[in-house]
Design a protein around this ligand. Structure first.
Ligand code: FES
Length: 157
């Protein structure tokens, strides 16, 4: 069974390499496609990407750790990212985070047991004049109060 899974993952990566090319510049796009489909890029996939692009696995891993939208371990179905940069910090980011942690029942950096939520900090979302800001998956919310944030999260539960 494991061998079968490995083969299908290898085939999938081979297909991406065929479409996007063997060049190093294809790396990020391939990782993005794997992340989208599997919600993470497991160790075996990292090894296969490195092998097929003829680069060192450490290079693949360092790209995954650099970008917050890529991860080696599976995360929750909903990823909540609160901006921790100075403007949002000064506009009440801490109160927001406390309310979110209380509501979801986990700390930032954790994933809920039911895999519904992962809470993370992020750097500036580019909406500093409308802080505090939070992204839930691909959608960004601004000018949040703790109550508003909890209401939004209840909407995605
Ligand atoms: S500082 Fe939070 S969006 Fe820029």
């Amino acid at each position: 069974m494991l061998v079968q899974e490995k083969n299908s993952l290898t085939e999938e990566i081979e297909k991406y390499v065929e479409e996007l090319g063997k060049d190093r510049s294809a790396l990020l796009e391939i990782l993005h496609l794997l992340q989208k489909k599997h919600r993470c890029i497991p160790d075996f996939a990292q090894q296969e990407v490195a092998r097929l692009l003829d680069i060192h696995p450490v290079e693949v891993f360092s790209v995954i750790t650099f970008y917050s939208f890529l991860n080696a371990e599976p995360k929750g179905r909903n990823i909540v990212r609160v901006c921790q940069t100075i403007s949002c910090d000064m506009k009440g980011k801490d109160n927001l985070c406390n309310a979110i942690e209380r509501e979801i029942g986990i700390k930032f950096g954790e994933t809920s047991k039911d895999n519904k939520f992962t809470l993370e900090y992020t750097n500036c979302l580019g909406l500093c004049d409308q802080g505090p800001a939070m992204a839930v998956n691909d959608r960004v919310y601004t000018s949040l109060t703790p109550e508003k944030a909890v209401e939004i999260l209840n909407g995605v539960k």
